[in-house]
Write a protein that binds this ligand. Structure first.
Ligand SMILES: Nc1ncnc2c1ncn2[C@@H]1O[C@H](COP(=O)(O)OP(=O)(O)OP(=O)(O)O)[C@@H](O)[C@H]1O
Ligand SMILES: [Mg+2]
Length: 442
C-alpha cells in the first residue's frame, strides 16, 4: 500500500463527489503512515498518528469515504459505530472489543494472502481427496498394466472434477473437525480460551458421526477450508496479523456524536455515554489490549471519527477525547450541482444501478439529461423544505419516480423506457412543494 496522497484522492473521486478537504486529510494521514514505516525503528516509535475527526451533516459521504477506503486498502480496517459500545462493567460491548475486531480483520487479510500463495497446494489437496472418494483404491499387488490403467482413470477423473462435471455427484466425506466457530470477538481472551476448549470437546464427541454425504461441489468448499487449516501455519498468520494491525490498522469510529452529551439534552450526565468516552481515551492514546491471538499495542492505530453533530458540537465531547482527534475536517452540504454529479459521475451511480436492475427484465431504461437535472433540483429542494438528508434523498426521489415502471417492468420487455423531465415533474412536483407530503413520502 504505497499510493501517493494524490492517487488516493483520485481513487476516492471515482465514488465520492466533492468533499475534497476530507479526502485530502485522510490521504495524507495514510501516506504519513507509509512514510513512518520507512524510518528507523527508534524514530518509528516516536511518531504517532494524528487522528481525524470528520464533521458533516447526514448523507454527505462520511461513511461512504470510509467504505471506499476499506475496499481499496490492503491494511486492516474496520468501521464501527461508537453508539454500539457500553461502558466497561455494563452489559454490552466494551470498547476494547473494537481492537479485537481489528485483529480479526487483519487475520482475514493475512490468511487470504497466504491462501493465495498456497493456492496450488490447496487445490491439489482438494482434488486428491475427492478423486480418492470417487475411485476406489487399486487392489494390493495389481499388475503393471492394471496400474497404468488406474493412472489413466485417475487423470480422467481429475479432469472431470476440475471441470465441474462431477459437481452433483454425492460422496461420503469424513468432515475433519466440526468447527464450532464462536466468532464473538467481544469476549476477553480468557473466555475465548474456555470457548475453544468447549468447542474441542464437542468436536471429540461428534467424532463418530462426522461422516457426511455431500455433493462434490460442497465437498470442494469444505476441503478447501480443511486444506487451508492443515497446510498453513496459523501461528505465523497470527503473529503477522498482530503486527500489521499494530502498525497499519485503521479504525473508523462512526457516529461519534452519539456518545457526546449536549448541553441542551436532559440526560446531561448520562453516565454510560461519558463512560464510553472515558474508556476510549486509553485506546486512542495507546495502550495494550489482550486478544485471543496475543497482545496488541494501540499506539499506532489510526482513528478516524465521524459524526453529523446535529444536536451537539464536537466540544460536547469530553476535552481529553477532543484532544485526541487533532485533525478536523468538515464535509460540505450537497447542493444541486453536487447532487447532479453524484448521479452522473460516480462509478456505479444510482442511475446505473437502476438501469442494470431493469435490464434483467429486458427493459432499457434511459435517463434524459434534463430529467437528471430535474431530479437533482427536486432532491435539493426537498432537502431544503423537509430535513436535509443529503444524497440519501436521491434514493427516495428516484424510487418514487420509478415505482410504477419498476413494478410493471415485464410489460416493457425489449422496449425502451425514457425518463423525461416531464415525467419527473409529474411524479414529484406536488409532493415536493407540499410540506407534509414530502415529509412522509420522500
Ligand atoms: N459526496 C458524495 N458523493 C457520492 N455519493 C454520496 C456522497 N455523499 C453521500 N453519498 C451517497 O449517499 C448515501 C449516504 O452517504 P453516507 O452513508 O456516506 O452518509 P453519512 O455522511 O455517513 O451520513 P450519516 O451521518 O447519516 O451517517 C450513500 O449511498 C452514498 O453513496
Ligand atoms: Mg454514516
Amino acid at each position: 500500500m504505497n499510493l501517493t496522497p494524490k492517487e488516493i484522492v483520485e481513487y476516492l473521486d471515482k465514488y465520492v463527489i466533492s468533499q475534497h478537504n476530507a479526502k485530502k486529510t485522510i490521504a495524507l494521514a495514510l501516506r504519513t503512515r507509509y512514510r513512518r514505516m520507512q524510518l528507523s525503528p527508534e524514530l518509528q516509535n516516536d511518531i504517532t498518528p494524528k487522528n481525524i475527526l470528520m464533521i458533516g451533516s447526514t448523507g454527505v459521504g462520511k461513511t461512504e469515504i470510509s467504505r471506499r477506503l476499506a475496499k481499496m486498502m490492503k491494511v486492516p480496517f474496520i468501521k464501527v459505530e461508537a453508539s454500539k459500545y457500553t461502558e466497561v462493567g455494563f452489559v454490552g460491548r466494551d470498547v476494547e472489543s473494537m481492537i479485537r475486531d481489528l485483529v480479526v480483520a487483519s487475520i482475514a487479510i493475512v490468511k487470504a494472502e497466504k491462501e493465495e500463495e498456497n493456492r496450488e497446494k490447496i487445490e491439489n489437496y482438494v482434488l486428491n481427496k475427492i478423486v480418492e472418494k470417487l475411485i476406489p483404491p487399486l487392489a494390493f499387488g495389481a499388475s503393471e498394466s492394471k496400474k497404468d490403467d488406474y493412472q489413466r482413470l485417475l487423470s480422467v477423473m481429475e479432469e472431470r472434477v476440475l471441470s465441474g462435471e462431477m459437481d452433483d455427484q454425492i460422496i461420503q466425506l469424513e468432515v475433519e473437525k466440526i468447527h464450532i466457530e464462536f466468532n464473538d470477538t467481544n469476549l476477553p481472551p480468557e473466555m475465548a480460551k474456555v470457548q475453544e476448549s468447549f468447542s474441542r470437546v464437542f468436536s471429540q464427541m461428534n467424532k463418530e458421526d462426522n461422516k457426511k454425504e455431500l455433493s462434490v461441489k460442497d465437498a470442494k468448499v469444505i476441503l478447501r477450508n480443511e486444506a487451508s487449516i492443515k497446510l498453513i501455519d496459523s501461528t505465523h498468520i497470527n503473529a503477522e496479523a498482530l503486527r500489521r494491525a499494530e502498525d497499519g490498522g485503521i479504525i473508523f469510529l462512526d457516529e461519534i456524536d452519539k456518545i457526546a452529551i449536549s448541553e441542551k439534552s436532559q440526560s446531561r450526565n448520562d453516565p454510560s455515554k461519558e463512560g464510553v468516552q472515558r474508556d476510549l481515551l486509553p485506546i486512542v492514546e495507546g495502550s495494550s489490549v489482550s486478544t485471543k491471538y496475543g497482545t496488541i499495542n494501540t499506539d499506532h492505530i489510526l482513528f478516524i471519527a465521524a459524526g453529523a453533530f446535529h444536536l451537539c458540537k464536537p466540544s460536547d465531547l469530553i476535552p481529553e477525547l477532543q484532544g485526541r482527534f487533532p485533525l478536523r475536517v468538515e464535509l460540505e452540504a450537497l447542493n444541486e450541482d453536487t447532487l447532479y454529479k453524484i448521479l452522473t459521475q460516480t462509478t456505479n451511480s444510482l442511475l446505473k444501478q437502476y438501469e442494470a436492475l431493469l435490464s434483467v427484465e429486458g427493459m432499457k431504461l434511459i435517463f434524459e439529461d434534463e430529467a437528471i437535472k430535474a431530479i437533482a433540483k427536486l432532491a435539493h429542494r426537498a432537502n431544503e423544505i423537509a430535513e436535509d438528508i443529503g444524497a440519501r434523498r436521491l434514493h427516495t426521489v428516484i424510487e418514487k419516480i420509478l415505482e410504477d415502471v419498476s413494478f410493471n417492468a415485464n410489460e416493457y420487455k425489449d422496449k425502451e423506457f425514457i425518463v423525461t423531465s416531464k415525467l419527473v415533474h409529474e411524479k414529484l412536483d406536488t409532493i415536493v412543494e407540499n410540506d407534509d407530503l414530502s415529509r412522509y413520502i420522500l
